[in-house]
Design a protein around this ligand. Structure first.
Ligand SMILES: N=c1c2ncn([C@@H]3O[C@H](COP(=O)(O)OP(=O)(O)OP(=O)(O)O)[C@@H](O)[C@H]3O)c2ncn1[C@@H]1O[C@H](COP(=O)(O)O)[C@@H](O)[C@H]1O
Length: 99
């Protein structure tokens, strides 16, 4: 199986950082990053999307699993950006664990 091209994750993360640095109107990312509940709003979304992903797997619904996993990954990226953690740091963590 060929390596997956995950450059889209870098691309989305870059957009999220742009939204963090330059707030934009009608931006979902800005609405999360600047929410009155603070980081708790992002954590709620990570929790919700985790549960929706679990339910999709329980339902054995392949399309739903893909869609909910994308939602979960997206909200994780927003959470990491909110905490100033780069994708490089996550990649380094995986490399350290590689046997
Ligand atoms: N990849 C995504 C992405 N995936 C999911 N979502 C949003 O995440 C939300 C998922 O939450 P739900 O399914 O619970 O829907 P909801 O009822 O609207 O959510 P809440 O009201 O509970 O917050 C939806 O509003 C989706 O639109 C995303 N929103 C944005 N992006 C990317 O982020 C970029 C920047 O987005 P903006 O900040 O909106 O410009 C976009 O160009 C996209 O590439």
């Amino acid at each position: 199986m060929p390596d997956a091209d995950l450059s889209i994750l870098n691309e989305i993360y870059t957009v999220i950082l742009e939204r963090k640095n330059t707030p934009a109107d009608n931006s979902y990312v800005c609405s999360l990053l600047n929410h009155r509940k603070g980081i708790n709003k992002i954590l709620e979304k990570v929790g919700e999307e985790s549960i929706e992903t679990i339910l999709a797997v329980r339902n054995d619904n392949r399309e739903e699993i893909i869609s909910e996993s994308a939602d979960l990954l997206f909200h994780l990226l927003v959470m990491l950006a909110a905490k100033d953690i780069s994708l490089e740091e996550i990649a380094e963590e995986f490399k350290k664990r590689r046997k």
